[in-house]
Design a protein around this ligand. Structure first.
Ligand SMILES: [Zn+2]
Length: 179
C-alpha cells in the first residue's frame, strides 16, 4: 500500500451489517484501526458510523458462493461502496485488505513497475484466474514497491497447486526478482 499524498485526510462513513459474528467484531475494529494508524504524521483516516451521508462504505457479512471476499468498487464513488466478507472470515489481514480496495487501493503487484520486483508465473496460475494478476493501468504509484503491503498477493495466491507452500517454484504464482 503506497502512502497517500502528504496532508490528505480521509473520512470514511461506515455501516456494518448485523450479520457480523461476535468473533468478527473485534477483527473489523482492528482492521479499521490499522488503517487509521497506518500513516502517522503523514495523513489521517477516520472511520465513523454513517448518519445519512450519501457516500459511504457498506460492510456486509454474507456468503458469496465462493471462497473469498469482494468489493464492488475500488475507491469512493459518491454513493454506496459495498465490501462483502464471508461469515467465517476472522482474519485482520483479509478484512483490512478488502477495506484497502474500498478506500481506493489496487493490489501492490498491479503497479506498472511491478516487473522490476516480481515475476508473475502465469503457468502456475489456476485456470481462469490470470486476470487477477493484471496490471492496473493507468494507476498512480506512491512510494517504493512494498513487498510487505497488505495489498500484495502472497506467493501462492491463485496457484494451480492444491497445496502450494513456499518456496516452491513450480507452484508459486508470484516470485521475487533477484536484486
Ligand atoms: Zn484484493
Amino acid at each position: 500500500m503506497p502512502p497517500l499524498p502528504s496532508g490528505r485526510a480521509g473520512l470514511c462513513h461506515t455501516i456494518l451489517t448485523p450479520g457480523v459474528t461476535p468473533a468478527q467484531q473485534p477483527v473489523f475494529l482492528s482492521a479499521m484501526q490499522a488503517w487509521e494508524n497506518c500513516y502517522p504524521g503523514v495523513t489521517t483516516m477516520t472511520f465513523q458510523p454513517r448518519s445519512g451521508q450519501p457516500g459511504y462504505l457498506h460492510m456486509v457479512v454474507a456468503s458469496l458462493g465462493f471462497s473469498g471476499d469482494q468489493t464492488d468498487s475500488v475507491a469512493y464513488n459518491g454513493g454506496e461502496v459495498t465490501m462483502t466478507i464471508s461469515p467465517n472470515a476472522v482474519s485482520t489481514f483479509l478484512i483490512a485488505h478488502e477495506m484497502g480496495h474500498a478506500l481506493g487501493s489496487w493490489h501492490e503487484q498491479a503497479r506498472n513497475d511491478r516487473d522490476t520486483y516480481v515475476t508473475i508465473a502465469y503457468g502456475n496460475i489456476a485456470s481462469g484466474f490470470s486476470s487477477q494478476f493484471d496490471k492496473a493501468s493507468p494507476q498512480g504509484t506512491f512510494g517504493p514497491y512494498d513487498y510487505d503491503s497488505i495489498m500484495h498477493f502472497g506467493a501462492c495466491f491463485f496457484s494451480a497447486c492444491a497445496f502450494c507452500s513456499r518456496p516452491n517454484a513450480s507452484c508459486d504464482t508470484v516470485q521475487v526478482v533477484s536484486p
